[in-house]
Design a protein around this ligand. Structure first.
Ligand SMILES: Cc1cc2nc3c(=O)[nH]c(=O)nc-3n(C[C@H](O)[C@H](O)[C@H](O)COP(=O)(O)O)c2cc1C
Length: 231
C-alpha cells in the first residue's frame, strides 16, 4: 500500500503530530509513504487562465511544479489531505494546490487511476471549523473520483499548542489506530460508490455535446463515450 500525505502546512504542530501517528500505523502495516509539504513543494496561486481545463494540464504556467505532485496522486493507494483549520477552512496553501487539479474533476478529465483510491482528511482546529474543512476536502476528493473518504478531526480548545502536551493524547492514539484500520481495509477494497458512478454517467452525457473539445476528446479517446468505464 502506498500512502501520500499532502500537508497543508510546513508547521510542525498539532496537524503534523496527528499525521505522524497515522503514518506510524500505516508503516507498521508495511505501507510505503511519500509526502508533498506545502508551500515548500508547491507555492503557486492559480492565475485563472483556465489553460489546464481548456487546452490541457501541461499548458498550466505552473505545470513543472504541479506535475510531480499529480504523479504522486496517481500512484498512491491512500491520499491524506492534512491541514489545520485557518479561518474556518483549510490553509491557503492547500486550497492553492487543489485549485490546480480542477482539470481532473469528473466534469472535465478524471484520471482513471483515481477511481477506487481511499482518502483520509486530517484536520486540527482550536475551536471550530473541523466540519466545514472536512466537507470541503471531501468534496475535492469526490470530484477527483475518490468515494471512500475517511476523516479525523481534532478540536484542541486552545490556540496553537503542541499535541505532545495534550492530556488526552492516549485517547487520540487509540482513535487513530481504529481509524487507520478502517483506512487500510478500504484501500484493499477499491470501492467506487454509486454516487460516483452516477456522476460519471451524467458528465458522460454532457461530454457527448462537448462544449470543451479538450475534455470531450479525452472522454472519446478513453472509450468512455462508447460505454467503457474507468472502474
Ligand atoms: C491563521 C490562523 C487561523 C486560524 N483559524 C482558526 C479557525 O478559524 N478556527 C479554529 O478553531 N482555529 C483556528 N486556528 C487555530 C488552529 O486551527 C489550531 O491551533 C491548529 O491546531 C493549528 O494546527 P498546527 O499546529 O498544525 O499548525 C487558526 C490558527 C491560525 C494560525
Amino acid at each position: 500500500m502506498r500512502v501520500l500525505v499532502i500537508a497543508g502546512t510546513a508547521h510542525r504542530g498539532n496537524t503534523r503530530a496527528v499525521t505522524d501517528l497515522f503514518l506510524e500505523e500505516f508503516r507498521s502495516n508495511g505501507a510505503e509513504t511519500e509526502e508533498a509539504v506545502l508551500p515548500r513543494d508547491f507555492d503557486e496561486i492559480c492565475c485563472g487562465c483556465a489553460n489546464c481545463i481548456l487546452h490541457g494540464e501541461e499548458k498550466c504556467p505552473h505545470y513543472a511544479k504541479v506535475s510531480p505532485i499529480a504523479e504522486k496522486l496517481l500512484r498512491a493507494d491512500v491520499i491524506i489531505l492534512a491541514t489545520p483549520v485557518f479561518v474556518g477552512s483549510c490553509t491557503g496553501a492547500m486550497k492553492a494546490l487543489l485549485d490546480h487539479f480542477a482539470y481532473m474533476w469528473l466534469v472535465h478529465r478524471p484520471a482513471e487511476e483515481m477511481f477506487g483510491k481511499t482518502g483520509l482528511i486530517i484536520t486540527t482546529a482550536g475551536g471550530s471549523g473541523v466540519k466545514e474543512t472536512v466537507k470541503l476536502l471531501k468534496s475535492n476528493l469526490f470530484f477527483m473520483g475518490i468515494s471512500d473518504v475517511y476523516s479525523f478531526g481534532v478540536t484542541t480548545m486552545k490556540m496553537g499548542g503542541n499535541y505532545a502536551d495534550y492530556k488526552d493524547k492516549d485517547i487520540i492514539r487509540g482513535k487513530v489506530r481504529r481509524k487507520a484500520e478502517k483506512v487500510i481495509g478500504s484501500a484493499g477494497r477499491k470501492r467506487v460508490s454509486l454516487k460516483t458512478k452516477l456522476f460519471f454517467r451524467i458528465f458522460g452525457m454532457t461530454q457527448k455535446n462537448g462544449w470543451n473539445r479538450t475534455d470531450s476528446e479525452y472522454w472519446r479517446s478513453k472509450g468512455w463515450l462508447d460505454g467503457k468505464k474507468p472502474f
